[in-house]
Write a protein that binds this ligand. Structure first.
Ligand SMILES: C[S@@+](CC[C@H](N)C(=O)[O-])C[C@H]1O[C@@H](n2cnc3c(N)ncnc32)[C@H](O)[C@@H]1O
Length: 218
């Protein structure tokens, strides 16, 4: 039997996580579809989605509500973005992805979920996609590229966001550095830009050498 958790839109059977499938019958990345009391859920797999890994690791900053508007940077083929879209059913997930290959896979996922809007664009240049985006409340970023904190700050300010979640892949910053020092340096950069850091949660072992940094007011 699947039941709700303390996090809005996140469900569990006591062992696994789920979101309510907003595109019934459709899986995005081969995840299991499960029906419980006539509602279809999609399993949310922590080794495939860093946001699920964050929840599994005890992350508590979860700013997604039914009507939340989210800017998602590094959407790839829509694995995590589609789970967020399941949660923000009356909101919008603006999905920015730079790779044409991943974007090709993202488009059909967005076509089956009307609250996902895809942009083939570079997250370091928010001016290139800001034309189609209004009222961003939450920035979610997962791009494996050097300068992750600075790209997040740029977008956070460009869209006057209220809060956000930033994935830091330490090896994208410096393979030779201790990951803990990279997370601390990213936190320092966010704070120097005037952003309030709420928590830093390491995602190991589900996502090796990654941490999630939560920023702003929920
Ligand atoms: C680790 S994957 C994202 C996985 C995805 N967030 C998920 O959980 O389903 C990182 C993605 O960021 C994209 N990326 C890297 N640099 C980018 C940039 N400057 N602008 C937009 N996307 C970028 C990559 O092409 C890749 O698809």
């Amino acid at each position: 039997m699947i039941r709700g958790t303390d996090l809005e839109g996140v469900y569990t059977d006591g062992e696994r996580l789920y979101t309510r499938n907003s595109a019934p019958g459709k899986a995005v990345y081969g995840e299991r579809l499960v029906i419980s009391e006539e509602v279809q859920y999609r399993e949310w797999v922590p080794t495939r989605s860093k946001l699920a890994a964050y929840v599994r690791s005890g992350g508590t900053f979860f700013p997604f509500r039914r009507s939340t508007s989210v800017l998602y940077l590094g959407a790839a083929s829509g694995t995590t973005a589609s789970h967020i879209a399941d949660i923000v059913t009356d909101g919008t997930v603006y999905c920015v992805e730079i790779s044409p290959r991943s974007f090709r896979d993202l488009v059909p996922v967005c076509e089956s979920r009307p609250n996902m809007v895809p942009f083939l664009a570079d997250a370091t240049k928010p001016q290139e996609y800001s034309f189609g985006i209004a009222g961003v409340e939450v920035v979610y970023q997962d791009i494996a590229q050097r300068g992750q904190a600075q790209i997040f700050i740029k977008n956070f300010k460009a869209f006057s966001a209220r809060c956000g979640l930033l994935v830091i892949k330490s090896r994208s910053e410096d393979v030779s550095q201790d990951p803990h020092r990279i997370y601390e340096e990213s936190k320092r950069q966010l704070q120097s830009a005037g952003l309030k850091v709420r928590e830093v949660v390491r995602l190991d072992p589900m996502e090796k050498d990654h941490a999630m940094i939560a920023v702003g007011s929920p």
